[in-house]
Design a protein around this ligand. Structure first.
Ligand code: GLC
Ligand code: CA
Length: 548
């Protein structure tokens, strides 16, 4: 059985990982070419974001054919080769299943549009409230109303995301059977993990105007969601104990997560929740510029850690993915303390209770690119909101400032392999610009350098394997109200770990009120480590102490 509590997952955004045929787009062969690098880091699973046939309006999250590979990424042979080569190195492949919606190019949607009733029932078509007024006032996550009018039927279809991403009707049993078939197909190819895209949005039931928010309270964690997940589990991956699963839970509640990822609930192995990554939002509004709220960040992570533990449920733990800005730019420091802060942030996440996810480039401290021209952006969400912000009256300058902080493209720039042209990502023209700092921030130099961020990640991943307290221990928050320290305690079978971090670029003091004499320091981001009851922490200092 796979012990996902001791495992770490490495996320690859294939488009930006490694290009082998000079078309400027990363491909599956590129992933295979870099397996030794990934192995060196010590991870267990590789999650690949979607590479299925797709018009790429949302970089593959708009799937046109779940059974085939988009030519831009390669062929089925390339995929099989990747699974084989990964297997040789003890690495397992996790695929990204986008089951809330399909591309409007999908055969099912095309058949629906041509009037085939069977396929119209695969999607959510509804009459407008009256002429010219959509069924509800819900907003698409990418901006604008979430319904698109189809004149031929005088009806609208629902798209919670882009207008080319039509929501599927999970209440239709045929749809659920189709989804099962897809999973079984990829299981036969040796896939050992599945990530389910915005999966807590699949059960919709109430179609009413929302006068309090954007509509999410009517379709998030819907009435049949647990039933549908249990059914999917039982019919597919639940039959293979080696398979791990993770659900991306959009605006979920912790109570629902006890069940999604409960030890005995037979739904998913774990969940991604995002509350801790909204601490630089205003409520749910991300297109704003506000400093991050440190106290809130701690409160949220502490609450999830404590309660998921008490309720025997399991979290995926992470700072970064392809939808989030780079964490060192977000909560760390990209100048003087770049290295220290990147390592500190890594330690905070990797010693938590949960399965850590590392997003490509995070392990070498990649930063946001700081794009200054809209022509440099590619992401549909960013392009839409750039317009919306200006329609709301913001100056172009302010709209840029917000994009530079929050755009999803911040994490989608090419992986920085070397200090050479295009960071060694491609010999062609990259589909999105490379971040300018690749001459100093790249994988090649960090593999060489023993004190690099890369090697710190490697140590953390290894520590989880060797140390049962990190993998299985209970969680207890420390220094809850301290204005700079992020600290917690993990305990298991008589062993205690203290994970202590200065989250800021200035020195800070913390009176631990503990006798720390019996503790040894097992990890730090400074060359030495001074331990005392009253701890003096240097900028971004991070220490892990152990007492057996
Ligand atoms: C998830 C994906 C994101 C995508 C969206 C719609 O949030 O991570 O990239 O745009 O779902 O599929
Ligand atoms: Ca390519």
């Amino acid at each position: 059985m796979s012990d996902f509590k001791k495992s770490t997952v490495y996320q690859i955004y294939p488009k930006s990982f490694c290009d082998t045929n000079k078309d400027g787009i990363g491909d599956l062969k590129g992933v295979t070419a870099k397996l030794d690098y990934i192995k060196k880091l010590g991870v267990d699973y590789i999650w690949l974001t979607p590479f299925f046939v797709s018009p790429q309006n949302d970089n593959g999250y708009d799937v046109e054919d779940y059974y085939n590979i988009d030519k831009r990424y390669g062929t089925m042979e390339d995929f099989e080769q990747l699974v084989k080569e990964a297997d040789k190195r003890g690495l397992r492949i996790m695929l990204d299943m986008v089951f809330n919606h399909t591309s409007t190019n999908h055969e099912w949607f095309q058949k629906a549009l041509s009037g085939e009733e069977k396929y119209k029932n695969y999607y959510i078509f509804k009459k407008g409230k009256k002429a010219g007024v959509p069924p509800t006032n819900w907003e698409s996550k990418f901006g604008g109303n979430a319904w698109e009018y189809v004149e031929k039927f005088d009806e609208y279809y629902l798209h919670l995301f882009d207008v080319t991403q039509a929501d599927l009707n999970w209440d239709n049993e045929e749809v659920r059977k189709e989804m099962q078939k897809i999973i079984l197909y990829w299981m036969k190819k040796g896939v050992k993990g599945f990530r389910f895209d915005v999966v807590n949005l699949i059960s919709k039931s109430i179609f009413e105007d929302d006068y309090e928010g954007d509509g999410r309270r009517f379709y998030t964690d819907g009435p049949n969601i647990h039933r549908y997940l249990k059914e999917l589990n039982e019919a597919t991956f639940g039959t293979d104990a080696e398979i791990i699963t993770v659900g991306e839970m959009s605006s979920t509640s912790i109570e629902n997560c006890y069940e999604y990822a409960g030890e005995n609930s037979h739904e998913l192995s774990m969940v991604f929740s995002f509350h801790h990554l909204k601490v630089d939002f205003m409520g749910n509004e991300k297109w704003v510029m506000v400093p991050f709220d440190f106290q809130k960040l701690k409160d949220i992570l502490f609450q999830w850690q404590t309660k998921m533990c008490q309720n025997h449920a399991w979290n995926a733990v992470f700072w970064c993915n392809h939808d989030q800005p780079r964490v060192v730019s977000r909560f760390g420091n990209t100048q003087k303390y770049w290295k220290e802060s990147a390592k500190m942030l890594a330690t905070v996440v990797h010693c938590l209770r949960g399965t850590p996810y590392v997003y490509q480039g995070e392990e070498i401290g990649m930063t946001n690119p700081g794009f200054t021209d809209i022509a440099q952006y590619r992401d549909v969400e960013s392009l839409n909101h750039f317009k919306i912000l200006q329609q709301k009256g913001l100056s172009e300058e302010n709209a840029y400032a917000i994009l530079q902080i929050h755009s999803r493209d911040n994490s989608r720039t090419p992986m920085q392999w070397t200090g050479q042209k295009n960071a060694g990502f491609t010999e062609g023209t990259p589909w999105i610009e490379v971040t300018k700092n690749y001459d100093t921030i790249n994988a090649e130099s960090q593999i060489e350098e023993e004190s690099s961020i890369f090697h710190h990640y490697k140590k953390l991943i290894q520590l989880r394997k060797e140390n049962d307290t990190i993998a299985y221990g209970d969680f207890e928050p420390l220094a809850e109200k301290h204005n700079a320290v992020f600290a917690y305690k993990r305990t298991y079978q008589g062993e205690t770990l203290l994970v202590i971090n200065n989250f800021y670029g200035h020195e800070t003091k913390w009176d631990t009120e503990m006798d720390l004499s019996g503790y040894e320091c097992i990890l730090t981001n400074y060359p030495d480590c001074h331990v005392d009851t009253v701890l003096k922490l240097r900028p971004y200092e991070s220490i892990v102490l152990k007492k057996a």
